[in-house]
Design a protein around this ligand. Structure first.
Ligand code: AKG
Ligand code: FE2
Length: 353
């Protein structure tokens, strides 16, 4: 009963938060000195789960010949599912600083755009978690501007960041296609085997927090896509969990590398690769009571293939020794499963044969 009351109270407070239309940034500007109770707090965590270690993040130089890059991306995707790329030719700094400008606009300029249900493919606000994440109605310490490739009218993207984001989208489309092609080639299948022409761009802002250790920027999750490409500023806070080996289960800080882009494998590529590639569990902690963090994530997926195409382990990868571990699925079915059961292994495990 008490738990139900708490849920009801938190849900009512979350509703007020959305009605204020100021996001987390608005709260910080109002001068709060503690984290309100309707925000998620870090799980106490057992030492085994929360232990951290250091890790040499793979960094791949894209100025190498393509034939040299392909095995490197394949190796990184097989061993940890996350890697930096340098010399990629994308000026991601322009998008990151435009996104900061938007999120730090005065309340009166931002609040008319506040909507957590998509309007013409665009949302802006403090995004609640999917029910399957198991955190009730609680909110992350984060405001996010999101838009989809199906966004019909880029006029809905705020003017202060529109040009930079339209340009970033153009560069990301080329980059995502090229990276997906190399990852597929490294599996030994054709680079065109999976199209990644659909995407979601998530422009995150993690405001400075009066009690950083009591807030969660993003709860642990895997990405429900083929791959994600992340540009970020120099504040840091992203962590990922090592999967396998002697440090299995340890969380690792991903220190920002100036100018580099971060690539991580999502669940769709894990599924179609029949577990050859790892999709990486990651989360964002809040590090600062002074500096807001900005990141711009492009999540690539097969385009608008909702109900019409079946995905599953690629037949070319299957042998008598390596039979399919997953059944086939449509993107609509998979995304619905994630909404319900969480953006993590619980959803991919439901597709196991
Ligand atoms: O802000 C970050 O570093 C991570 C964002 C993220 O995990 C996502 O957009 O899926
Ligand atoms: Fe993510």
């Amino acid at each position: 009963m008490a738990a139900k009351d708490n849920y009801g109270t938190a849900a009512a407070l979350v509703k007020c938060h959305h009605e204020s239309r100021g996001g987390v940034r608005g709260l910080v500007e109002s001068g709060i000195t503690s984290v309100p109770p309707y925000f998620q707090s870090p799980a106490p965590g057992s030492p085994a789960v929360e232990r951290t270690t250091t890790f040499a993040m793979p960094t791949i130089d894209l100025s190498l010949p393509r034939a040299a890059i392909v095995p490197l991306v394949g190796e990184a995707a097989r061993t940890c599912g996350i890697f930096y790329v340098t010399n990629h030719g994308v000026d991601a700094g322009a998008a990151v600083s435009a996104v900061r400008t938007f999120h730090e606009l005065p309340l009166a300029s931002r609040s008319p755009l506040y909507t957590i249900t998509p309007v013409d493919g665009v949302t802006y606000g403090t995004m609640p978690y999917a029910p399957g994440q198991g955190v009730g109605p609680l909110l992350p310490w984060q405001d996010c501007l999101r838009f989809l490739s199906s966004t019909p009218d880029f006029g809905r993207i705020p003017e202060v960041c529109r040009d930079a984001l339209v340009e970033h989208r153009r560069r990301m489309e080329e980059f995502g296609k090229e990276m997906a092609g190399m990852l597929l080639e490294a599996l030994g299948v054709g680079s065109e085997r999976l199209d990644v022409e659909g995407w979601l761009m998530a422009c995150h802002y993690y405001p400075p927090c009066p009690e950083p250790e009591r807030a969660v920027g993003a709860a642990e999750h895997t990405d429900p896509c083929v791959l994600t490409v992340l540009a970020q500023d120099d504040v840091g806070g992203l962590q990922f969990r090592i999967d396998g080996g002697s440090n299995d289960g340890a969380w690792v800080d991903v220190p920002p590398v100036p100018g580099a882009l971060l690539v991580n494998i999502g669940d769709v590529l894990k599924l179609v690769s029949n577990d050859e590639y790892k999709s990486v569990l990651h989360k964002v902690r809040i590090k600062s009571d002074q500096h807001g963090r900005v990141s711009v994530a492009a999540l690539f997926n097969p385009r608008e293939r909702g109900h019409s195409e079946l995905f599953g382990p690629l037949p070319e990868l299957l042998t008598a020794d390596k039979p399919a571990r997953y059944r086939t699925f449509t993107m609509t079915e998979f995304l619905k499963t994630c909404e319900e059961f969480g953006y993590n292994r619980s959803s991919t495990d439901r597709l196991r044969v």
